[in-house]
Design a protein around this ligand. Structure first.
Ligand SMILES: Cc1cc2nc3c(=O)[nH]c(=O)nc-3n(C[C@H](O)[C@H](O)[C@H](O)COP(=O)(O)OP(=O)(O)OC[C@H]3O[C@@H](n4cnc5c(N)ncnc54)[C@H](O)[C@@H]3O)c2cc1C
Ligand code: FES
Length: 367
């Protein structure tokens, strides 16, 4: 009986090993498309190895396409016009492509694989996005699950960015993570200080990049970023503003408030910052300092469920409820939102319910 069971286990294991080997070999041959020619804007011709996504192939060539979700097909920002050689549009792309996109050949570059010669068109501005080698020179705890990382730029040694923009941080392979990935993080520092940037990062349970940031990255380590990316920044009107954020959604507002301070802005801005409990709030002192420096700025921290022992005396409930309590009419205001998609969708509904038009609502969803 024991021998029979042993023989059965041996046969099953051998078949499984043979199938795995077959998969590896077929993957090698199927995805080995050989050298392909990639033509960019009808003028630049590159010979690239086929088989990888258009996004990572361009990245290898130091052409950085905004890719907020790091190529996972969940943000829809990595759009590129494919003039020839892109193949059929994939079901993973269609939720992000409008009718006009489809007519013009716009595709998600993280989903399109290079299988043969391809011709694409990309805005010239994207050639300005750079890769920066940095040194992580300081790591500070902000809350139990949020840290602020200070990256000194080494090469190139300065960066120009607009307050509200983000960078992509390269997370290397580490024990338990077999691939390099990129993740988006909003810059959380003064845009005038261009030799270093701060990032505010919240740990995502079992998240690939945040596990590396929290458990492996140490002060003094080299890090790599690309950027700056993104269109989230203050408009050039003088309309009064409502800011809403939760958790690490704080990051771009730090930079925006520095910008307002640097330009002695007189725009009215009320910033509702939400946390589940009092221990989710951070940077209160810095926000109080901004309130003193900017007479037209008000900071309103809101705690959904304050723990009795916290002694919380501020506003309670959802951050969106605090907005509804504060305003009767937002038709003349602009709204700026940053954080989880759920919070942003809820805040947009509240803004629109109070008369703010969609064109005056700006946001970065942390997908
Ligand atoms: C424009 C922009 C700006 C951003 N700015 C910031 C910022 O300033 N600060 C900040 O902290 N974040 C920011 N983010 C979010 C950030 O980019 C990352 O998405 C976040 O840090 C999580 O990355 P990760 O690699 O640790 O997690 P991932 O590995 O991507 O996983 C994310 C979560 O999904 C879960 N998960 C992963 N795979 C699966 C699966 N198969 N099934 C079930 N669950 C799964 C993980 O457990 C984890 O909790 C920003 C995002 C965008 C788009
Ligand atoms: S990078 Fe392609 S969808 Fe996010």
């Amino acid at each position: 009986m024991v021998i029979e069971i042993f023989t059965l286990v041996l046969i099953v294991s051998t078949i499984a090993a043979a199938l795995a080997a077959l998969l590896v070999v077929s993957e090698h041959f199927i995805s080995n498309y050989g050298p392909c020619q990639l033509t960019i804007n009808e003028e630049r011709k590159l010979t690239v190895q086929g088989g990888r996504s258009l996004l990572s192939t361009l990245q290898e060539q130091k052409i950085f396409i905004p890719s907020a979700c790091g190529g996972r097909g969940t943000c829809g920002v990595c759009k590129v016009k494919v003039l020839d050689g892109g193949g059929a549009v994939l079901p993973t792309e269609t939720p992000f492509l409008t009718k006009e996109d489809l007519q013009e050949g716009v595709r998600l570059s993280c989903q399109v694989k290079i299988r043969k010669d391809m011709a694409i068109e990309i805005p010239r501005a994207l050639f300005q996005i750079r890769q920066f080698k940095c040194r992580c020179s300081r790591i500070e705890d902000l809350t139990y699950d949020m840290k602020r990382f200070h990256f000194e730029l080494v090469n190139p040694d300065t960066i120009q960015f607009v307050a509200g923009q983000y960078v992509q941080l390269k997370c290397p392979k580490y024990k338990g993570n077999n691939e390099e990935v990129y993740r988006a993080y909003s810059i959380a520092s003064d845009p005038k200080e261009n030799q270093a940037i701060d990032l505010i990062i919240r740990r995502a349970p079992k998240g690939i990049c945040t596990t590396w940031c929290f458990d492996y990255l140490k002060e003094g380590d080299p890090v790599e970023i690309t950027g700056p990316y993104g269109e989230f920044h203050l408009s050039d009107t003088q309309a009064p503003m409502v800011f809403v954020a939760g958790g690490s959604g704080m990051a771009p507002f730090v930079s925006i408030l520095w910008h307002m301070k640097n330009t002695a802005s007189k725009r009215e801005a009320v910033y509702f910052f939400g946390g589940n409990s009092a221990r989710d709030l951070c940077l209160s002192e810095q926000m109080e300092q901004f309130s003193r420096d900017l007479p037209t700025f008000t900071f309103v921290p809101v705690v959904a469920k304050p723990e009795p022992e916290s002694g919380w005396k501020g506003q309670t409930g959802l951050v969106t409820e605090a907005v509804s309590r504060h305003y009767k009419d937002l038709s003349g205001h602009e709204g700026y939102l940053c954080g989880s998609p759920g919070m942003i969708d809820a805040a947009i509904a509240v803004f629109e319910g109070l008369g703010m038009t969609a064109g005056k609502i700006y946001y970065d969803k942390f997908v």
